[in-house]
Design a protein around this ligand. Sequence first.
Ligand SMILES: *Cc1c(COP(=O)(O)O)cnc(C)c1O
Length: 410
Amino acid sequence: MKPIDTLSLSGGVKNMIFERLQQQLDKREQAHQYRRRRIMSTPQGIKVRIGGREYLNFCSNDYLGLANHPELKKSFKQAVDRYGVGSGSAHLINGHSHEHHALEEELAAFTGRQRALLFSTGYMANLGLVSTLLGRNDTLFADRLNHASLIDAGVLSHARVQRYAHNDMDALGEKLAQCGRGEKLIVSEGVFSMDGDLAPVADMAQLASEHDALLMIDDAHGFGVLGKTGAGSLELAGLDAVAVPVLMGTLGKAPGSFGAFVAGDEVLIEALINHARSYVYTTALPPAVAAATRTSLRLLQTESWRREKLAALVDYWKQGAMKLQLPLLKSDTAIQPLLLGSSEKAVRVSRHLKEQGFLISAIRPPTVPNGQARLRITFCAEHEQAHIDRLLEVLDTLFTKESILKAADA
Ligand SMILES: *Cc1c(COP(=O)(O)O)cnc(C)c1O
């Protein structure tokens, strides 16, 4: 296998569109925003192997350490023996298996809602959901830092989009008050994926009710991790289905599996089954994925020690990082970014950390706003304090004793 870094883009078919692509790629490279994949040769975990070398991993979304859990693997294998690999069809033809259906019922019960519906990915869930809820004459109120899938969902819905400053409830209230026509949907992440801070969901629910707006929360990074039983940001905030009628969650992050769901009232779910194009016109997840996810749901509810340990690790990290005056953002979750500013600096620090055996990816525009490139450090319940000590040590050297950070930020 060729290492990805050395793949050559030269040669191949001559074509104006390809030439334009080449120019765009060159521009990205010059802006230190070129993206490359790394080839993993181990399961997801706190220690991973890439290119023959082991790294301490601080960049996955496997917050609870479930992605490679023996019980998930066992359920997956048993379901493969029973159902085979592919679902072979869309849910509405004959791809909807017993495992999918049971998982939906369990998700509805877990999130305290009438129904839940599985989608193949969170990206598709958001596209299908927003475009089912809204039409041309409606308005989507979206936090400025919302995930790309929510932005794309707004575009696809043809609704008017009003973006408000991050977590700024005064701004949201003003925009809601000014909106004169059509229906209103407020959409926010529960835990912001690149910042780690929480949306003020209780205030949002209040505003939604004052302005007759519907509230939808994408809890990709809260589901499984937050709340007493792991039901997410809304459980943490003590909000029910009346306060937040539309909940979307993903299953590929804390639950360690794959896929996503929407939970809410019967009418919402039936409308999605009938109208959400990203639900109707796609193949159902493999039933074994649903079976493994059911085991994950059971584990994450019963093994609350994973959430408790994760929270303790985050505390430990924050104390150490504050002592070293690292450029932390205001986050209490497992997402603990260090703000670096330029893409060049973020790439340089990430590369340096990799040389030292730490895997932490540089997050650059357009994923984050210009000038706000960062290292996105994430923690997992499988980490130990000793791992954090090692990370703090290398960051201390980098940020205080070495010139790597001071070197030309121009
Ligand atoms: C990851 C993510 C998604 C997409 O979920 P996938 O299942 O990975 O497609 C949607 N919203 C947010 C906030 C996310 O972080």
